[in-house]
Design a protein around this ligand. Structure first.
Ligand code: ADP
Length: 446
């Protein structure tokens, strides 16, 4: 099977636009009639549903923000009576109350379909087994992948997240061809296979479907080698539906993820002005759910920073999105250059001598912004250094450290375009918060 839904996935763009426009007109009228919040939003903006002729009028509509969902907690944005809702999910929400979303039977069918499309794009086929190591529960990942894989005709192993011993046992005993989990958990599994001396010949994995958090090409390499798979990106957020809003194709790896735009209409807007940016430029990703019933959203501000572009690939007509650079609130502006700490992380991850524990310290001297990168050495490398002489942070005293310092400084400057001060530190020496978390950015300018 090359596509789960060939008619839609290869639909000529002009027809796709007609379909999207028709759906948007219906949606605007539907929300105006059914959801007091949207009636108020449109009235305040002086827009009648009949003003929305098609997707080209979308920019007239106001944005929906995460705080709106919180203001109407838990069910205030639902557009259907409670009896029509057959599932409720909620996202963790780092501050206070979770973000709640609801689904009708039709919404679950759409959710399953976009996940099934995503799985086929990732290289899965009916008859294969999927070890689903996404968390089951209020989080949309577990059940989302589960229903999509069943619709495709895969056999789902619903192991949920964590319990590494059990995961490794099932991977060997049940021989699944595919696994779905977060990229960081895939790294853990790869490491544990190595530590326990379990050879890849004991496994049958071919595909890892990874998402729910940002990840880098270096992580992809590590997981691909460690698990013997194609590591494929899946993206989504519960407000829009869950995982499966977009997905990479295994034959076009590294070129972006197809957005299933017959259901989720994407825009990229400037993070400060909200104005649309040209195709390919970076900004905030905004989605309109064209077909949802229980809780459709108009122009939802995801706060994720990325870009979207048509590739005119042979395979599908739908638009692609690039990797998520970070959240709009995480974007630093250093001497006029936009910077995400994940860009530094991506460079660090290419050095085997460095651990993933790092911190950016941003300061201002006079009118100049400065960035110091503190990064901890990888423990085995550190022990070798200590054996070869007394440890000191001053890299000039040690040739191995000096070379590493020099290379990292250069690679950061080359890849990111900013000079940064590099400090190589002892493992565990960067202060953690009470929860054991390392703040990636300390901005002393504020
Ligand atoms: P929670 O907030 O509980 O984690 P969500 O599913 O709503 O649950 O989280 C969605 C967010 O996770 C997205 O807005 C995005 O920031 C991040 N995310 C999801 N998938 C990816 C991915 N493939 N790459 C980068 N970030 C991702």
């Amino acid at each position: 099977m090359r596509y789960f839904n060939p008619d839609i996935e290869t639909m000529p763009l002009s027809r796709l636009r007609q379909l999207q426009s028709e759906r948007l007109r219906n949606l605007t009228a539907y929300l105006y009639e059914r959801v007091p919040f949207y009636r108020k939003q449109l009235d305040e903006a002086g827009i009648r549903p009949s003003d929305i002729k098609g997707v080209e009028s979308l920019h007239k509509l106001p944005f929906t923000r995460k705080f709106h969902l919180r203001d109407y907690y838990p069910f205030g944005l639902f557009a259907v009576p409670q009896q029509e809702v057959i599932r409720i999910h909620a996202s963790s929400g780092t501050t206070g109350k979770p973000t709640v979303v609801g689904y009708t039977r039709q919404d679950i069918a759409v959710f399953s379909e976009v996940v099934a499309r995503s799985l086929v794009a990732a290289g899965c086929q009916p008859g294969m087994k999927l070890q689903n190591a996404y968390g089951y529960g209020l989080f949309t990942g577990g059940l989302g992948l589960h229903y999509g894989a069943e619709l495709l005709g895969m056999a789902v192993i619903p192991v949920s997240g964590g319990m590494t011993d059990r995961q490794l046992m099932l991977l060997q005993d049940f021989q699944p061809e595919a696994i779905a989990c977060t990229p960081s958990y895939a790294q853990t599994l790869a490491e544990q296979l190595g530590h326990r001396g379990i050879g890849l010949d004991k496994l049958n994995l071919r595909t890892a479907i990874l998402g729910a958090e940002p990840w880098t090409e270096a992580v992809r390499q590590q997981v691909e080698i460690g698990l013997g798979v194609n590591a494929i990106n899946i993206y989504g957020l519960s407000e829009i539906i869950g995982p499966g809003v977009s997905n990479e194709d295994f034959e076009e790896k590294g070129t972006g993820s197809y957005i299933w735009e017959d259901h989720f209409f994407p825009e990229i807007v400037d993070k400060d002005t909200g104005e649309p940016v040209p195709e390919g430029a970076y900004g905030v990703l905004v989605f309109t759910t064209l077909t949802k019933q229980a809780m459709p959203l108009l122009r939802y501000w995801t706060n994720d920073i990325t870009n979207i572009y048509y590739e005119h690939s042979e395979k599908r007509t739908h638009i692609k999105m690039g990797t998520i650079l970070g959240r709009a609130d995480d974007m630093l502006i250093i001497r006029g250059v936009n910077l995400f700490h994940t860009q530094v992380e991506a460079v660090i991850s290419f050095f085997g001598q460095l651990s993933p524990s790092y911190q950016l310290i941003v300061s201002r001297e006079g009118a100049m912004d400065g960035v110091e990168v503190k990064v901890e050495l990888e423990p085995v490398f550190y022990r070798q250094l200590v054996l070869s002489g007394p440890w000191t942070e001053a890299s000039a005293n040690n040739p191995a450290l000096y070379a590493l310092h020099h290379e990292l400084t250069k690679k950061i400057k080359d890849n990111i375009g900013l000079s940064m001060k590099i400090t190589l530190c002892e493992p565990g020496s960067i202060p953690r918060s009470e929860g054991g978390k390392l703040s990636r950015v300390v901005d002393l300018r504020k």
